[in-house]
Write a protein that binds this ligand. Structure first.
Ligand code: SER
Length: 380
């Protein structure tokens, strides 16, 4: 399957389960002082979770442009050095919104878990013996119980030995210092070779930072609001918030060993190879640099297309820093001595024309902004 087919299959699957497909919210968050950039699919539904606004739909699915470069969720330093973290990534998500006046409205753990399993193993056909799931073990300090319900639901689908317990750090998801949160159940995939899997049980590599034993999908069961004083208060209703890393899912389905080997990043990497005269795979340093460029251009271009220009403060400064990180790698390791990064924009705009048309519609403007920014940084 191509990445476009994988994305479409996700949305079609949840549409067939009566979900309304909504567009991605912009990457730049306006009107929420707790957040600079969209860091999860659930951000745009925060007020529905908290009960500040009635949910417009009971069930929703989408692909959300996310940026994890500041605040509670910040992966910037890993990006490029490893093969599976990104600044900007797509999060595929499905949601159920409960109703404070009707405890039977919406679905919860049973359905979310059953559908996640059905989609991964029956539709995408990921081998069951490469999957692990985690369940929240509880936390005494926070007075949170073991998530027995998820554990019971998983037992209907997966070999019991593949259900692992997780602590608050890995299995209790929070949007930020405050806001909606709840226990979560993650799905991990083991993409190592047969020999490696024989040698070391994948179970002990889950959540250890192994590049081929990685989380692909997080199912969060929203039940609490973390308040500014640190306490947890029960939400008026229970909700489902799931997020699947699209680039990682593509790596798993396309049987690659790196997100950058999928058809999402390969066109950009091929272009960088052609322009630099350096082959991807020829050295660790140039590989990292190519990954940095092919990742960062997405964060920069999509964020500018969503209305945030590089500047000297706040969100604008974060974008400026990401661009400068890319420029440094391109000058130091790829021998580009004149501004180059802006030239990646049209490629990206074409690639995402169907799913995120906002970049295609503004590609000349976005390219110009990036070029000027590169020029002023390098004085060229
Ligand atoms: N909010 C959860 C996450 O970002 C699931 O969507 O992982």
């Amino acid at each position: 399957m191509t990445s476009s087919e994988i994305r479409k299959t996700f949305l079609d699957f949840f549409q067939s389960k009566q979900h309304t497909i909504v567009p991605s919210a912009p990457i730049v968050v306006k009107g929420d002082p707790t957040l600079m950039f969209t860091n999860a699919g659930m951000n745009q539904f925060k007020d529905w979770f908290l009960g500040n606004q009635p949910a417009k739909y009971r069930r929703v699915a989408d692909t959300q442009k996310c940026l994890r470069v500041s605040g509670k969720h910040n992966d910037l330093e890993e990006v490029g050095v490893d093969t599976y973290h990104h600044t900007m990534f797509e999060m595929l998500g499905n949601w159920s919104f409960g109703d404070p006046n009707d405890p039977n409205a919406g679905y919860f753990k049973k359905e979310a878990i059953a559908w996640a399993w059905e989609l991964l193993t029956e539709v995408y056909k990921l081998p069951k013996d490469r999957l692990y799931v985690t369940v929240f073990e509880g936390d005494k300090k926070e007075n949170l119980h073991f998530d027995e319900e998820s554990n019971t639901c998983w037992k209907q689908h997966i070999d019991h030995s593949r259900i692992l317990m997780g602590n608050k750090k890995d299995n209790f998801w929070e949007m930020g210092d405050t806001g909606p949160c709840g226990p979560c159940s993650e799905i991990h995939v083991d993409l190592r070779s047969k020999e490696e899997r024989k040698q070391t049980d994948g179970k002990i590599l889950v959540n250890t930072g192994h590049p081929l034993v990685i989380e692909i999908w997080n199912n969060v069961f929203m039940e609490f609001n973390r308040k500014a004083d640190g306490t947890l208060e029960k939400l008026p209703a229970r909700h489902v918030d799931t997020g699947m890393g699209f680039e990682r899912l593509c790596m798993a389905i396309q049987q690659k060993k790196s997100n950058y080997d999928t058809d999402i990043f390969q066109p950009t990497i091929n272009y960088i190879e052609a322009m630099s005269g350096i082959k991807y795979g020829s050295s660790e340093q140039t590989d990292i640099a190519m990954r940095v460029l092919s990742d960062h251009i997405r964060a920069i271009a999509f964020t500018i297309a969503d209305g945030q220009l590089p500047s000297n403060n706040k969100a604008g400064y974060v974008i400026r820093r990401i661009l400068r990180r890319a420029v440094r790698y391109s000058f130091t390791y790829l021998n580009f001595k004149t501004p180059f990064i802006h030239r990646l924009t049209p490629l990206l705009a074409d690639q995402f024309k169907e799913v995120f048309p906002e970049l295609f519609e503004q590609k000349d403007f976005v390219q110009k902004v990036i070029k000027e920014e590169e020029q002023s940084f390098t004085h060229s």
